[in-house]
Structures are given as C-alpha cells and as structure tokens.
Design a protein around this ligand. Structure first.
Ligand SMILES: C[S@@+](CC[C@H](N)C(=O)[O-])C[C@H]1O[C@@H](n2cnc3c(N)ncnc32)[C@H](O)[C@@H]1O
Length: 368
C-alpha cells in the first residue's frame, strides 16, 4: 500500500528533497509546496537526509483565512483525519525503527506555522487543533505555549496554513529527522544537517574524490558527505581548537581527517582537491579569524589554488556580494539558489573554475 507522506524542508530545498525521494526509489512525488514535498511511499520510515522531518498526511482543507474568528474551523481537519489508521501506521513505523514510544502514546503536541499576517498566533491555532485531537484520542494535550517540551511518549502533529490549504500531519518518528545522532558536539554557527546533506548531494562526490572543508567547524558538511559517499577522502580544517575537537568527536570512525589550520594558508598541494564544501565564517555567528580576519580574499585565492582544474565547490554564502567576490576570483556559478535559514536568506552556490580549465558541460542555473 502506498501511504501519503509529507517531507518538510528548508525554503529553497524543495527540489533537492524531491530528487532524493525519487532517486532513492521511495515513491512518487505528488506535490511541491512551500517547504513541503508530498509523496506516496510504500516504505514507512524513508531515510531522507535532506528533509527536516517526514509526516503522515492526515487531512487537508481550505485555509481558514487571516482572522481568529474562523480558528474553530480548523477542528474540521481533526474530523477528516482517520486517526486510528494514522496511529497504527505510526505504530508500525516505530516498531520498525525500535523507537521507545512504539508501545503507545501518552499525549499529543501540535506545532503550527502559517504564511502571511494573521490576527491569531501559531499557539492559538495549535491549541484549537490540539484540544480537538485530545478529545478524539482521549489523551492529554501538551501546549507549546509555555515553552516546556512535551513529555516522552507524546506524539507530534504538524499544522500548516499556506494561504491556500490547511494541512494536518502526524510525525512518523518520535524525534525530528534533522536531529542527527552523530552530532554530539556543536559550535556557534554550526550548519543545519539537512542543509549540509543537500550541499553534499549537489557536490556529486564520487569514489576516490578528495573533499575539503577549509572552515569545518563541528564537521557537519564532511560527515554528511562521508555518510553519503564513504569511498571518498575527506579533509577538514579549522583555526579553532574547540571546533577541531568537536568535529573529530562527531566524525567518530568515519574517514574524515580533521586538522587545525588557517584557511588562508592551507597545508595542501596545488590542484589536489576535487570538491569543496563550506559555509565560511562571514556570518554573524562565526567570525573570520587569523589570516582571514585581515585579508578575507585569501580564502578565495587558497580555494582556487588547491582546487583541481575539473573541481567544483558548493558553498553557503550570506550575501550577494560574496558571489561577486567569487566571480572576481575567476569562479563561475553553475547553480545559485536562495534559501531561508533562521531569518536569513543566504545563497547556496555551486561554483566551477572559470577560464580555460573550467569543467566542460557545466550549464549555468539560477534558481530564485
Ligand atoms: C560558519 S562556521 C562553520 C560551521 C560548520 N560548517 C559546521 O557545520 O559546524 C565557520 C568556521 O570557520 C572557522 N574559522 C574562522 N576563521 C578561520 C580561519 N582563518 N581558518 C580556518 N577556520 C576559520 C570558525 O572557527 C568556524 O568554526
């Protein structure tokens, strides 16, 4: 039987998630919406790495509009949902994954989000749906209004209002997919793992490739890349001793070598790297230090020096000016995608080397 599922993701990664669904043979994509990929699958726990989370589609109805007077209409979603069937599907899925809450649910919690201005808050919408679900299922509702985490055994529901449709979903697993077991240590500005997985996918890493992250932080990019392609060689550098310790601990037994070094003077020969993955320290949470603090352009000259003629780089750059800087350093964008990430709108950029030695067959692609 093919179950309707919804993968939630960062704004801008919908196409990447849809490609992962199709590429891993999980099933057929039925719709692409704001931060959502709808698909039908015969597998209960799709191991999607580029999605934030996967839900069972419970019910849909027209969006209720912008005013709080119509909030009560959201209870219609609960009436439409076949909750017994959904909970038994979730129960089977959790049994497959040996999760602790497979024994049954002790309560429910709801997380809501909507597009556009409304005269109600997300908590108002969550409470209407949560209380209706609690009445129907005969278990307590744990509101997120107070900021306290729901107790173990609670099952998570998701409500989205996108201006056209109201959608109710039930989380398949008992913890969000974007929380990775390997990520025991973190640093300020560390990357969201599904975004790191998406960047690794776009980099198209092949067996034998040398892959570099010159400012690797807690190692998220190289770890996601090594999980996807363990037959490549992964080299991470960071100037911060804390970051190096975190990355080594997170990488564990994976083939990822982490060393302390300044990205402005990398201990690597010319033309020795096939793929670069990086979100450099230009943002507000992680600051450039060492050689990069005084001469940020060294980052680009080093990148160009170590990258092999057919090499490419997938980078997360905070500003449009960073792209101009890349082009000034004779890189050619082959794909540019704007994302939404924690209130910022960085660019996901895939670069090849410009000039005579640039990769043949790279067509430019700009996605708004
Ligand atoms: C945005 S963070 C990278 C986060 C990383 N992708 C992760 O998932 O944890 C930028 C990193 O650049 C490092 N950094 C700053 N200046 C550096 C330099 N000159 N050389 C190497 N690393 C540097 C910081 O220590 C920080 O870990």
């Amino acid at each position: 039987m093919h179950t309707p599922l919804v993968a939630r993701c960062l704004r801008g990664l919908e196409a990447v998630v849809a490609s992962e669904v199709l590429g891993s043979g999980l099933g057929a994509v039925t719709d692409l919406r704001h931060r959502e990929v709808h698909f039908r699958s015969h597998r209960f726990t799709p191991p999607l790495r580029t999605a934030d989370d996967v839900f069972l589609l419970a019910a849909q109805c027209p969006d209720i509009g912008t005013t709080r007077q119509r909030l009560h209409e959201l209870t219609e979603l609960v009436h439409l949902a076949d909750t017994d069937h959904l909970l038994s599907l979730r129960h089977s899925s959790l049994r497959h994954s040996a999760a602790t809450s497979a024994r049954g649910i002790t309560g429910i919690d709801v997380s809501a989000s909507f597009l556009g201005r409304r005269t109600f808050t997300r908590y108002d919408a969550e409470d209407v749906v949560g209380q209706a679900l609690a009445r129907r299922l005969g278990v307590p509702y744990h509101s997120r209004r107070t900021g306290t985490a729901p107790p173990p055994g609670s099952c998570g529901w998701r409500l989205t209002l996108d201006g056209t449709r109201a959608t109710l979903m039930l989380r398949l697993d008992d913890r969000p997919l974007h929380r990775r077991a390997y990520k025991q240590r973190t640093i300020p500005g560390t990357l969201h793992p599904p975004l790191a997985a998406a960047m690794a996918t776009l980099a198209d890493i092949r067996p034998g490739h040398a892959v570099l992250d010159p400012c690797c932080g807690a190692g998220t990019l190289l770890i996601e890349a090594a999980l996807a392609q363990p037959d490549a060689r992964f080299h991470g550098f960071d100037l911060s001793a804390d970051a190096v310790t975190a990355a080594r601990a997170n990488a564990g037994e994976l083939p990822v070598a982490i060393r302390r070094s300044d990205a402005g003077r990398l201990p690597l020969p010319d033309d020795s790297v096939d793929r670069v993955l990086c979100n450099p320290p230009w943002g507000t949470q992680a600051h450039a230090r060492g050689l990069l603090a005084t001469a940020p352009s060294r980052w680009w000259t080093e990148l160009r020096r170590v990258l092999a003629p057919e090499g490419t780089a997938v980078l997360l750059l905070p500003d449009r000016e960073d792209l101009t800087t890349a082009i000034r350093h004779r890189f050619t964008p082959v794909r540019v995608q704007r994302l939404r990430l924690s209130g910022a709108q960085p660019f996901l950029v895939h670069l090849a080397l410009a000039g005579p030695q640039r990769s043949r067959g790279c067509k430019q692609r700009v996605v708004a």
